[in-house]
Design a protein around this ligand. Structure first.
Ligand code: DQA
Length: 142
């Protein structure tokens, strides 16, 4: 069974409360449940990790080397700022899918660039929770 690390970045733990007009009314627990169900359907073994700290995310990516077969990551705000997360993904060189709940290409100018997209094999944007399932499907198909 393939092992996939699912990483959610800063403020995603505030789903439900956080700008519901953009991110929806469902909370982070509901997202985690959704990901667990999708993984079960696809016969994937997953670990869920959420952090508000860039270094903690870098540490988790580094620790994935030799343990996981792929990474699904919503880097949240670090998408647009973190060379460190990009470098960590390149270092471990695992198949990686980037996912965003919203369509970052149609929002503010500063959200249009993604460092993580420079490495990720696939990016899914603007599909809400379903985007996580699409990302897992891609990783399962490799
Ligand atoms: C996000 C988009 C980012 O620009 C933002 O900072 C987030 C969430 C998304 O899932 O749509 O925190 O990654």
């Amino acid at each position: 069974m393939k092992k996939i690390l699912v990483i959610n970045g800063p403020n995603l733990n505030m789903l439900g409360l956080r700008e519901p007009a953009l991110y929806g009314a469902k909370d982070f627990k509901a997202l985690q449940q959704f990901i667990i169900s999708a993984a079960e359907e696809l016969s994937l073994n997953i670990e869920l990790f959420q952090s508000n700290h860039e270094g903690a995310i870098v540490d988790k990516i580094q620790a994935a080397y030799g343990v996981f077969d792929g990474i699904l990551i919503n880097p949240a705000a670090y998408t647009h700022t973190s060379v460190a997360i990009l470098d960590a993904l390149k270092a471990v060189a695992l198949p990686t899918v980037e996912v965003h709940l919203t369509d970052i290409s149609t929002r503010e100018e500063f959200r249009r660039f993604s460092f993580v997209s420079l490495y990720a094999q696939k990016t899914v944007c603007g599909k809400g929770f379903d985007g996580y399932k699409e990302g897992l499907e891609f990783l399962a198909s490799l």
